[in-house]
Ligand binder design. Structure first.
Ligand code: GDP
Ligand code: IMO
Ligand code: MG
Length: 433
């Protein structure tokens, strides 16, 4: 059992990309398991920044194989551009370092047009604030059995038949209901057939077989989640969620392996909370403290550039994430960003209609109304970004980590104090060997 899942424990952008890149040093394989180019995973190595949307965050390690599993929705034009960008930086020189499952769903321009049209049609209160990357419409096609799969772009006849079926319906909806742009089968066919030649070297016909064999051979496989627990389609703050299951269990479903292959689930969280887009956010700070966190943490989206909403750490939501993902170990990211606050807030419960809640309410409408109960922890002034070991952390910082760890009842194995690969304080190694 050498499968390890890395899952976002909040509303996304927790620092999953950085963590996966750090761990990938010891991994044979990194498998991205859901979402699409709505994700933006940032890696910083020797001061150089790489933002990945679809390519797994193990790609900067030439000996680590990266797999895009069947549960991902792939913007095929987007991934071509991402691959070319990596190649320009002398990365991904061996095409077999990146393998794309033939049975993954692809995102085409009409999915993006529908995503945008649907958002435009909503009132300001109803807007989800999607990334506009076509994620919802692509997963809808998968569920309604109309999806074009990655393998289909290599089979002209199937591709044409699927596009004809899809566009008859989509063009009707786009033109008549949304008064938006329409698409032609011939144009898409032309673009996709040219693209198929470029993407052929990355084909992985049987994702499940490949990953299963690797696990059986004792390879160390990491499964990289996108988005975060609270954006999960079933267990997130519905309808203000993404359209896939972001939870650790989906790593198995997407890759086509059984849960007995997973030995650890690492929950990644920021030492505070952020959220992009609409929806409830109990600890949100609409004041200068929130602005300070946003500025100090550079909290602007890696995919859309939108400002991220900021607030204190929410232990009620984190405990929920630990429960629904079966998180065994935690990684606390962006601790350095909390420098310079006299006191740091941590939400330990919610108040709703005079009642104290310690479990997350399942109704998003109730979650919208809760008031956070805040415990105050003394802050610190020291810059943490140059700290090399846990022993060098200021006493109040250690107290903060200990407080959070004891409240969560789950070990915090990694502390991150900056975006760089080297700005990582290890508490425990990830892999046993
Ligand atoms: P992801 O989507 O979970 O991979 O996270 P993003 O890459 O979207 O957002 C995290 C941002 O925080 C990126 O800009 C990272 O470079 C940065 N980051 C990650 N860890 C740390 C940290 O410990 N401290 C600071 N200051 N920045 C970090
Ligand atoms: P990473 O992997 C943060 C949010 C959007 C919106 C909602 C639905 O970088 O953590 P979608 O385009 O998926 O239909 O949008 O989900 N969202 C994210 N927020 N990080 C992400 O990914 C996100 N991917 C989607 O802002 O509220
Ligand atoms: Mg991100």
């Amino acid at each position: 059992m050498s499968g390890i899942v890395v899952v976002g424990a909040q509303w996304g952008d927790e620092g999953k990309g950085k963590l996966v890149d750090v761990f990938a040093e010891k991994a044979d394989m990194v498998v991205r398991y859901q979402g699409g180019a709505n994700a933006g995973h940032t890696l910083v190595v020797n001061g150089e920044k790489t933002v990945l949307h679809l390519v797994p965050s193990g790609i900067l390690r030439p000996d680590t194989t990266c797999v895009i599993a069947s549960g991902v929705v792939i913007d095929v034009f987007g991934i071509r551009d991402e691959i070319n960008k990596l190649k320009k930086s002398n990365l991904l020189m061996n095409p077999r370092q990146l393998l794309i499952s033939d049975t993954a769903t692809i995102i085409l321009p009409y999915h993006k047009a529908l995503d945008a049209a649907r958002e435009n049609a909503l009132s300001p209160e109803e807007k989800i604030g999607t990334t506009g990357k076509g994620i919802g419409p692509a997963y809808e096609d998968r569920a309604s059995r109309r999806a074009v799969l990655f393998g289909d772009i290599f089979d002209q006849q199937t591709l044409k038949a699927k596009l004809e079926l899809a566009l008859t319906e989509k063009n009707h909806m786009l033109a008549n209901f949304y008064k938006g742009p329409t698409f032609k089968v011939e144009d898409l066919m032309k673009d996709l057939l040219a693209l198929a030649e470029e993407l052929a070297p990355y084909r992985l016909k049987d994702c499940s077989l490949f990953i299963s064999k690797s696990l059986k051979a004792g390879k160390r496989v990491m499964f990289e989640g996108a988005q975060g627990t609270m954006l999960d389609i079933l267990h997130g703050t519905y309808p203000f969620v993404t359209s896939s299951s972001t939870l650790s269990s989906n790593a198995c479903t997407s890759a086509g392996i059984g849960p007995t292959n997973i030995s650890k689930v690492i929950g990644v969280f920021k030492a505070y909370t952020t959220r992009v887009g609409g929806g409830p956010f109990p600890t949100e700070l609409n004041d200068e403290i929130g602005n300070k966190i946003q500025t100090d943490g550079h909290e602007f989206g890696s995919t859309t550039g939108r400002a991220r909403r900021c607030g204190w750490l929410d232990l009620v939501a984190l405990k929920y994430a630990i429960r629904v993902n079966g998180i065994t170990n935690l990684a606390m990211m962006k601790l350095d960003v909390l420098t310079g606050h006299e006191r740091i807030g941590v939400c330990t419960a919610y108040k709703l209609n005079g009642e104290i809640l310690t479990d997350l309410p399942t109704s998003p409408y109730e979650l919208e109304k809760v008031e956070p109960v805040i415990e105050w922890i003394p802050g610190w002034k020291e810059d943490l970004t140059k700290v090399k070991t846990l022993l060098d952390l200021p006493r109040p910082t250690t107290n903060f980590i200990d407080y959070v760890g004891s409240q969560l009842g789950t070990p915090i194995d990694v502390i991150s104090v900056g975006p760089g690969r080297e700005q990582t304080l290890w508490v425990k190694p990830l892999f046993n060997n």
